[in-house]
Design a protein around this ligand. Structure first.
Ligand SMILES: Nc1ncnc2c1ncn2[C@@H]1O[C@H](COP(=O)(O)OP(=O)(O)O)[C@@H](O)[C@H]1O
Ligand SMILES: [Mg+2]
Length: 387
């Protein structure tokens, strides 16, 4: 296998994830899910693998919504994808074709700014089509709408069209799930939806738009899969190693089993002339984290500026204090931070830690003390901000 950090993978290049995918199919028999994880953890790759392995009775549609900036374009994308996939499908020929035609979906993509029926709102378009199509879906069949980068789309809509449009999109999708149980949705994306909803709350939003979508966390790869990926990449890139298994193991564990960084490590080792051993992996990592924004790690710092509002300074300082430590208790951490910020409110500190936990910066160890969630992020943070 060749290195391809950040590239779109073919389903057969997605290593592991079988247990997670089985769990997702199982849950999706009963309800939709919110797939959460840090950026680059492998959410999209999981969806690609799922698309290639749809169980009988499931029809799945996938959208990458990152460029959506209005409810109308969202509905247009949904219409286009459904009509394209069903148009190509043997199973859905016939009655469904007629139905799509009734919606102005004759095979050509709806382009431009308007929707096919100018007298209907985007909500009426969406609800109308879902109603007509779901009448064709047998009781025990499921349609799966996989919405990748949905939080980003909602945030774009808020910025361009106003908060009430963004709220209406969340509420309309929620209503569709409620009214049409054959339709299941998966929401995922790299900005947590909690940040987007928090912004809407400031504008008076009171609804719970995802309380029917229990979260499923995408963790780093399982130990064996991370090792296997490192090994396959080292072999695929013809990197000479002193001990293939030990070098693969050291890469996998240094990056906490995160596939994206495994790809990056091997890509970097590939450029080195000599045969690689374990100390050279360590030396390569040390050199890498000295580089600003290497492997997009600067994102962890930038995101705080964009999403933590008035608590951004507090969050940065708190992580600076944690970076050289293996773990800190709440009390010790509070003492170190509060001494540097006069009049710091303990509740503001507590809620910032909760947010940092939700955003995968930190987690708690068995004794309840806080530590960095990912050692590579900690290493980078300490190196870049340690002075
Ligand atoms: N299961 C996997 N097997 C191999 N490589 C993976 C896997 N998951 C992620 N990757 C690597 O990490 C990159 C980012 O994965 P992606 O699924 O796009 O993450 P996300 O959608 O969470 O941001 C991919 O381009 C690929 O290089
Ligand atoms: Mg993705």
């Amino acid at each position: 296998m060749r290195t391809n950090p950040g590239g779109g993978l073919a389903p057969e290049e997605v290593v592991g994830r079988d247990a997670l995918i089985a769990e997702l199919w199982d849950k999706l028999e009963r309800h939709g899910v919110m797939m959460t994880a840090e950026r680059r953890m492998g959410k999209t790759s999981v969806l690609r693998k799922m698309l290639a392995q749809q169980p009988p009775g499931v029809t799945a549609f996938y959208w990458d919504l990152e460029n959506i900036r209005s409810p109308e374009t969202l509905v247009r994308e949904i219409f286009n994808k459904v009509s394209e996939d069903l148009g190509n499908s043997q199973k859905w020929q016939g009655k469904v074709q007629q139905l799509l035609k009734n919606w102005g979906l004759g095979g050509e993509k709806i382009a431009g700014v308007s929707l096919p029926k100018p007298d209907l709102t985007w909500q009426q378009h969406l609800q109308g089509m879902v109603q007509d199509l779901s009448a064709q879906v047998a009781d025990r069949e499921r349609w799966l709408f996989l919405f990748d980068e949905l939080p980003l789309a909602i945030d774009n809509i808020r910025q361009d069209q106003g908060a009430s449009s963004a709220m209406e999109v969340l509420d309309t999708l929620r209503m569709i799930r409620q009214d049409y149980p054959q339709i299941r949705m998966v929401y995922t994306g790299s900005i947590g939806l909690h940040h987007v909803v928090a912004e809407l709350r400031k504008q008076g939003y009171r609804n719970a738009p995802t309380n029917d979508l229990p979260p499923v966390e995408v963790e780093p790869l399982a130990e064996y899969d991370a090792w296997k990926l490192a090994q396959d990449l080292l072999m695929g890139e013809k990197v000479a190693t002193a001990d293939l298994s030990a070098v693969s193991q050291s890469i996998a564990s240094a990056v906490d089993g995160n596939a994206f960084y495994i790809h990056h490590c091997v890509a970097r080792l590939k450029g080195m002339a000599q045969s690689i051993d374990v100390p050279q992996v360590e030396a390569m990592l040390k050199a890498a984290v000295r580089q600003y924004d290497v492997w997009d790690l600067g994102y962890f710092e930038k995101r705080i500026g964009s999403y933590y509002g008035e608590n951004a300074k507090l969050a940065l300082l708190a992580l600076d204090e944690l970076a050289p430590e293996s773990a800190l208790t709440f009390g010790d951490w509070w003492n170190r931070v509060s001494i540097q910020i006069p009049d710091l409110d303990k509740e503001a500190f507590r809620s910032t830690l909760n947010l940092l936990e939700q955003d995968h910066y930190i987690c708690r160890n068995d004794a309840g003390a806080y530590r960095f969630r990912f050692s590579l992020v900690q290493r980078y943070w300490h190196q870049q901000r340690g002075n």
